[in-house]
Write a protein that binds this ligand. Structure first.
Ligand SMILES: Nc1nc(=O)c2c([nH]1)NC[C@@H]1CN(c3ccc(C(=O)N[C@@H](CCC(=O)O)C(=O)O)cc3)C=[N+]21
Length: 291
C-alpha cells in the first residue's frame, strides 16, 4: 500500500490561520501587528524565492514585513550597521538574515549581532544554549516545523526510535535536541524520542536507517534515502531542498513511498511548515516585547 502523504501545505495553512486569528485579536486590543524584517544580500535565486514566500505568508496572516535587499558587494560593516538599526527599531519584532551570505561576510559574526530577543531563526548562541538546556525561547523554524508536522498528523514521537540523517546547525543538531528532550511546561513541544544522528560517514548506515520508526532526511543529497534503507511501515520526513536540473527535489527517493507508512513530500512538505513556524516565532517575539 503506498504511503500516506503528510500534507505540509495544508497543515501550514491551518497554523497560519491560527496565527492570523491571534494577530487580529492583538490588533483589536490596540497593539501593533507583529513585524518581521528580512535581510537578503546578493542575488541567490533560491533565496529570493524563499524570502518572497515568507513575506507573502506574513501578509496573509496580518503581520508586517520588510525586505532589506542589499547588493552582493555589501561590506560586513554595512550589514552589521543594518542589523543594529533593526535591533533598535520597536516595530521590528523578528529579524531574519537569509543564509547563505556572500563569502566575504562572516556568518557567525552576523548571527551573533542579531539581538537574541528578535532572533526568530534561533541561530544566536544564547538561544541555542537555551534550547540545549530545555528552556527554548524560540525553536528553530525547520525542526519546529518537523515536530508540528508529526504532531498534527497524529504521529506519536514519545518512546520511538528516530534516526536523523544530517548534523547541521540549522536542522540535524537542533532537531536531535528537540526530539530527544522530555516535554515540560518550558518545553512543551519536545519529542521524548530515542534519537540516533547519522551522516554520510556513518558505518552501517543502511542498517541504522532500517531501525528507524521515524526517519528524517536532512543530509542535502538528492534521493539519498532509498526504499531498501526504510523499514516497512516507517514514517519518513524529507527535509531536503535540492535543485536537480532546475527542479526542486528532496533527500528521499520517491520509491520510498512504496514501503513507508507515511511520507512528507518535497515540495509541499517541510518547506511550507518552516515558513509557518517563522510566523509563529515572530508572534511570540511580539508577545515577549509587549508591543
Ligand atoms: N536565515 C535563514 N532562515 C531560514 O529559514 C532559511 C535560510 N536562512 N536560508 C535558506 C533555508 C531554506 N528555507 C526554506 C524555506 C521554505 C521553503 C519552501 O517553502 N519550499 C517550498 C517550495 C518553494 C519553491 O517553489 O522553490 C516547498 O518545499 O514546498 C524552502 C526552503 C529556509 N531557509
Amino acid at each position: 500500500m503506498p504511503a500516506r502523504k503528510i500534507e505540509g501545505i495544508r497543515l501550514a495553512k491551518v497554523i497560519k490561520a491560527e496565527i492570523a486569528l491571534e494577530v487580529a485579536r492583538r490588533v483589536a486590543d490596540g497593539k501593533h501587528p507583529p513585524g518581521l524584517a528580512a535581510v537578503l544580500v546578493g542575488e541567490n535565486p533560491a533565496s529570493q524565492v524563499y524570502v518572497r514566500n515568507k513575506r507573502k505568508a506574513c501578509e496573509e496572516a496580518g503581520l508586517n514585513s520588510w525586505l532589506h535587499h542589499l547588493p552582493a558587494d555589501t561590506t560586513q560593516e554595512e550589514l552589521l550597521k543594518l542589523v543594529h538599526t533593526l535591533n533598535q527599531d520597536p516595530k521590528v519584532n523578528g529579524i531574519l538574515v537569509q543564509l547563505p551570505l556572500p563569502k566575504h561576510i562572516d556568518e557567525e559574526t552576523i548571527l551573533r549581532a542579531v539581538t537574541p530577543l528578535k532572533d526568530v531563526d534561533s541561530f544566536h548562541p544564547e538561544n541555542v544554549g537555551l534550547l540545549m538546556t530545555g528552556h527554548p525561547r524560540f525553536m528553530p523554524c525547520t525542526p519546529f516545523g518537523v515536530l508540528q508536522m508529526l504532531k498534527r498528523s497524529d504521529i506519536e514521537t514519545a518512546g520511538k526510535r528516530v534516526v536523523i540523517l544530517g548534523r547541521s546547525n540549522i536542522v540535524g543538531k537542533p532537531l536531535a535536541l528537540m526530539m530527544m528532550q522530555k516535554p515540560s511546561d518550558a518545553n512543551p513541544h519536545a519529542g521524548d524520542a530515542t534519537v540516533t544522528v547519522a551522516h554520510r560517514g556513518t558505518k552501517h548506515l543502511k542498517e541504522i536507517c532500517q531501525q528507524a520508526e521515524i526517519l528524517i532526511a536532512a543530509i542535502g543529497v538528492p534521493n539519498f534515502v532509498t526504499a531498501q534503507m526504510v523499514q516497512p511501515g516507517a514514517v519518513v520526513i524529507d527535509v531536503g531542498i535540492n535543485s536537480v536540473n532546475g527542479k526542486l527535489c528532496g533527500d528521499v527517493d520517491p520509491e520510498v513511498g512504496e514501503v513507508a507508512a507515511a511520507l512528507s513530500p518535497v515540495p509541499g512538505g517541510v518547506g511550507p511548515m518552516t515558513i509557518a513556524m517563522l510566523l509563529q516565532n515572530t508572534l511570540k517575539a511580539a508577545t515577549i516585547h509587549q508591543t
